[in-house]
Write a new protein. Sequence first.
Length: 201
Amino acid sequence: MTNNIAELIRHPKTKAIFRPSALFLILAATFSTIEAQDAPTAPAPFNSTTPVEAASLSHGDKKFIKKVARASTNEVALSQLADGRALSPDAKSFAQMMITDHTQANSDLGALAKTKGIEISKQVDEGKMDNISSLSSKSGADFDKAYAKLMVSAHNGAVDLFKDEVATGKDPDVVAFAKKYVDTLSMHLGHAVALEKTVNP
């Protein structure tokens, strides 16, 4: 092809004659180039690190994560209130333990929920408000008694919830979380019961 063009330049009066087969090959090459340029880009490969969809969890595991998010957030919120307003040194000490332990548990739960594709922001917001108004209305010894009573009730429910998840949970990561904290919650319950007796002589 290049030689033909050079020949035409040297002899401008010479007619260029293309055989049909040569013309067909040129057109075919042109269309192949256009098709290659217009071909859709292949989709990106699936990212194996994408969080597991919530639909893959059992109803029980989802319910567990959401209930813990609300309850554990509430224990921190109530204990922060008690840390500043409790009269009894024992109540203040217990509140500080609750803040430390449940803040760590909440951090672990948040990471677990994100990995499993579970949205817990609604439960966290609710947990920040539960029983806050009623406890805030009290002071002195009455505050300590009300706080201790709430902690006993909360931890009775929490221990049962975590034990049930350990026994019947389906997702291994969710069950592992329950196993990690069930003994801590049982210890909290024991302290809460002792605190209630202390503030109710």
